[in-house]
Design a protein around this ligand. Structure first.
Ligand code: WT7
Length: 635
């Protein structure tokens, strides 16, 4: 029993050893005791990384929504499942209980069924962060359709590419969405996308912003009236353990987006088990992850992981800056949030505002803080720890990927001592290792290399939709019998992991391997600096040299930029050494970012290499407008 909930470090090591020495026995016990099954498995694990093929709980039958909804109706029917906080703070928040959520999912499932959606069909969901987003994916899962959520900030081209790649029959969208002071006309974007998507037969449209939209007769249907007419119960489709649950697209370093396919049983077991332990979730907690359900973080840690544990999960429609930069802290106070999970880019944006707004609210309900998505720099870590956690809430720096389905390397709060910028130790059942360029495993501590995983875990993606060869080439070909993550990492003297960034972000300067993340960390320590990004550019003598793009906390500040450049290089020299000094430093108003907040170094690299004519598609950026400025002022 106790294996489900780890409470101290010794227990972590003990359970970890068990999970690695006897993985099948370990996962069988977790699956047996904490989930409901229509039929138990014939085998726990079958795997072969050379194909690659991985099967967990083969022969088992279940429906994930019975685990996320039905089973809570006897014990938690009136507990809030989803706590919806609207964009506009004046609009009341909505508490959706487990009973209500069950009913709404069943009604939605009936609507899908009536529109002819069957087990195995693909349904594309393009919705803002409103309850219908969570409800629609659960409804797909209830009838056995494969959902493919596309983040509602993507353009019509990005949307049509994804719809066509997985051959979706239906799109679920809304008239529009609120984002801070702005509204976004999603239906118009869908209409544009569908000009290139002949396979889409039906579009369900939720009303959110009450805008005028074109409804194409025969194809487009208002969602709410259909839900009202629908029957309020729906018998869940019985799924096999390895039946697909969802597809989620992630961008590769080249080529079109990769549709990562996740399957049912393993994903459910791992997302639920990690949620319970990484956030130390207790029955009356109010958990909040600020991600969008359009990303894997939202799938695993807003919807499936929390609901499988009967948790209360906050769903926030808006942005951190609306109506002001105190909004996150206002929500924490208002709902007495106990676990708060966000991204380093959000922390840096909030830190830039100083501490006045964070001090204005009562954050004493917080017990655990989390970060995910990119390496967190030391300055942001301390700001988060000091001002949000008041030095009493452990920070879980969780490393994982769309491909891994769940958290892989992370501290367990109150068990693992944290260390700024370190994701620390592997989660239960995870066997990471570091490899050198020649394909040898690097043993011992105080080493760095390419991060790989040696053994399957339940929630790993099983393939890339429609392209198994690409799945094999991308993840299982760099190193024999290993899953290659694409990240570099170091292991310190006690065995803690620190993710140093994508391996492709390593720059060789005068024969030295230089990771961009540690330099950015160093620069960000300078009191005037808000954010920075380092790329390489060709250099006659050094091979490559370093080009830094730096945004300042106060761009209007009348500072002598040459002095500032000297100071920045001084900080780098102090933290890393003169080898990592920057040849060029460009001050800029902003850095180009993906919708998930990652700095697009590819674009910055092209500009630094004077190849700005080959920028490629920048339309999916969060802020494409900064690119022209950076080009105009390039050094
Ligand atoms: C890549 C995966 C997993 C949900 C969000 C991102 C980077 C992620 C961390 C972390 C350092 C991190 C890695 C990884 N990353 N978390 N805690 N520390 N780097 O999912 O879009 O699939 O991106 O994000 O480089 O490979 P994703």
């Amino acid at each position: 029993m106790s294996n489900y909930h780890i409470k101290h470090l010794e227990e972590y090591f003990q359970v970890y050893r068990k999970s690695v020495n006897n993985p099948e026995e370990f996962w069988e016990e977790i699956a047996e005791e904490h989930f409901i099954w229509r039929k138990k498995w014939d085998s726990i694990l079958e795997w072969d990384f050379s194909k690659p093929e991985v099967k967990w709980f083969e022969g088992a039958q279940l429906n994930i929504t019975e685990n996320c909804l039905d089973r809570h109706l006897t014990t938690r029917a009136d507990k809030t499942a989803i706590l919806f906080e609207p964009n506009n703070p004046e609009e009341p928040s909505e508490h959706i209980t487990y009973r209500q959520l069950h009913e709404r999912v069943c009604r939605f499932a009936n609507v899908l069924h009536d529109k002819g959606i069957k087990k195995g069909d693909r349904v594309c969901v393009y919705l803002p962060m409103i309850p219908e987003l969570a409800i629609s994916i659960l409804a797909c899962a209830r009838i056995g359709a494969i959902h493919s959520v596309v983040f509602a900030g993507f353009s019509s081209t990005a949307l049509s590419t994804r719809i066509n790649d997985c051959d979706a029959k239906m799109v679920i969208t809304s008239d529009g969405g609120y984002r801070g002071a702005k509204t976004i006309d999603l239906k118009t974007i869908v209409d544009e996308a569908l000009e290139d998507c002949p396979g889409v037969k039906d579009v369900l449209v939720a009303k959110r912003i009450h805008s005028e939209v074109d409804m194409k007769s025969g194809r487009d249907h208002w969602l709410q009236p259909l839900l009202e007419e629908a029957y309020s119960d729906y018998t869940a489709e019985i799924m096999n353990a390895e039946d697909p649950l969802f597809i989620l697209y992630t961008s590769g370093s080249t080529g079109k987006p990769k549709g990562m396919l996740h399957t049912t049983a393993g994903y459910m077991v791992y997302s639920a088990y990690t949620f319970k332990n990484v956030f130390q979730y207790k029955e009356n907690d109010v958990y909040w992850c600020t991600a969008d359900i359009g990303w894997i973080t939202g799938h695993s840690y807003i919807v499936y992981g929390p609901l499988a544990n009967g948790a209360t999960t906050v769903m926030f429609e808006g942005v951190p800056s609306y109506p002001d930069y105190g909004r996150f802290w206002n929500i924490v106070q208002k709902h007495k949030v106990t676990q708060f999970y966000t991204a380093p880019t959000a922390i840096r944006a909030l830190a830039k505002q100083g501490t006045e707004l964070v001090d204005k609210y009562d954050l004493s309900s917080l017990k655990v803080l989390g970060t995910v998505g990119e390496p967190i720099n030391e300055e942001a870590w301390h700001w988060y720890n000091d001002n949000v956690g008041k030095k009493k809430s452990p920070i879980v720096d969780t490393w994982w990927q769309t491909e891994t389905g769940g958290i892989m390397i992370t501290p367990i709060p109150f068990s693992t001592p944290t260390k700024p910028t370190y994701a620390t130790l592997p989660f239960i059942g995870i066997q990471p290792t570091l490899m050198d360029e020649k394909g040898n495993e690097i043993k011992g501590n105080k080493v760095d290399g390419r991060l790989c995983i040696k053994f399957p875990w339940p929630s790993m993606a099983r393939t890339i939709w429609g392209n198994h060869q690409r799945y094999k080439d991308t993840y299982f070909s760099a190193f024999e019998n290993m899953y290659f993550t694409g990240d570099g990492a170091l292991r310190d003297e006690v065995g803690y992991y620190r993710i140093t960034g994508r391996v492709d972000d390593v720059i060789i300067v005068s024969g030295h391997n230089i990771g961009t993340a540690p330099i950015e960390d160093a620069i960000n320590e300078h009191p005037a600096v808000a954010e920075s990004a380092i790329v390489g550019f060709p250099h006659d003598v050094k091979g490559s040299a370093l080009y830094g793009y730096v945004t300042l906390k106060d761009m209007s500040e009348d500072r002598n930029h040459d002095n500032l450049r000297k100071e920045i290089n001084q900080v780098i020299t102090e933290h890393i050494g003169p080898i990592a000094k920057l040849d060029k430093i460009q001050f800029t108003d902003g850095l180009p970012k993906t919708r998930s907040g990652k700095i697009m170094r590819r674009i910055l690299r092209k500009i630094a290499c004077k190849e700005a004519d080959q920028l490629g598609d920048i339309s999916t950026l969060l802020n494409p407008e900064v690119v022209q400025n950076i080009m105009d002022e390039a050094l």
